[in-house]
Write a new protein. Sequence first.
Length: 303
Amino acid sequence: MNINPSKVVIIGSGFVGSSIAYANLIQGLCTELVLIDSNKDKAEGEVMDLSHGLPFTSPMEIRAGQYEDCREANVIVITAGSNQKPGQTRMDLAQKNVDILRSILDQVLKVEQEAIFLLVTNPVDVLTTITRTYPELKAHRVIGSGTVLDTARFRYILSQHCQINPGNIHAYVVGEHGDSEVPLFSSVSVAGTPLSFLCQECNKLCGSEYQKEVIAEVRKAAYEIINRKGATYYGIGLSCARILRAILHDERSVLTVSALLDDQFKELGVALSVPNSFSFNRTLNSGSFPSFTKRNPIFLLLT
C-alpha cells in the first residue's frame, strides 16, 4: 500500500479507464482516485461499483469528478477516446482521438499543469507527442503507456514456449505501440540466461521462423482479442497499474513507456517506446508537490 497521500485522476471511465481504476484499487496504489467522464452517470456508476469493494482493500477515497478535480493530482491518466473496432488499426483512430485529446487538455490545463500525464488512448505515441507540444507541460511529465503491455505479451508468449513463469522472462518490445513494434529477441533472458544460450540446450525449435511467428503474434494480439470480445482492457489495466506503481512508489524501475525522443541534432521529436528509467521524487508528507525526473533512455538494449 502507498502510505503517502497520493491522487490519481482517470479521464474516461470506459472499459480501459475502469479496468485501470479496478487494478489501482486492488493494489492500493493511491489514497484518492477520481473518475471523470463526459457521461457523468457512467463515472458515478463505476465509482459506486468500485467503492463496494473497499471493505476488501486498502483505504481509498473514490469519487466521480469534473475537470476541476484534476487540481493537485499527482498523475492524470487519459483513456478517453474512440475505441478500436474490428479491422481498424490504431492509426485509423488518430484524427478523432486527437480532437478529443485537445478538448480534454484545454480543460485540464486550466487547473493543473504540474501533474504527470499518462496517455493511454490510441494511437498512444501520436497523442503523447501532441501532448508534449503544449508549452504548459514539461517533457519529462508526459509519458504514454507505450509498449509496456506489448512487452508483457512478448514475455507471456515466450514463457509458454519455455515453460517458465513469465515473471522470470526478461524481454522488451520497443518502438511504436502498433504494427511496427519490435520485440527484441537479442535482449531476452530466462532467469538471467540469454535465450540464445538456452535454446542450444533444449530440443524446441527456436530459430528465425519461430521468432517471426512470435513477432507476428505479439503485433496482432490486440486484433485477435478485439475480434473475439470487442475490446482489450484487462491487460492494459494491469500494465497501467504497473506504471502507476513505479511512479507513485518511486521504484526507479525500467519500463518501456512512450516518451519524447530526440537524436543528437534535436530533430526527431517524436514519442516512441524504449526502456526508460524514471524517478518520482516526492515529499508529500511535508506538503510540497512531487517532482518527476525522466532519466536517459537505455539505448544499449537496442544494439
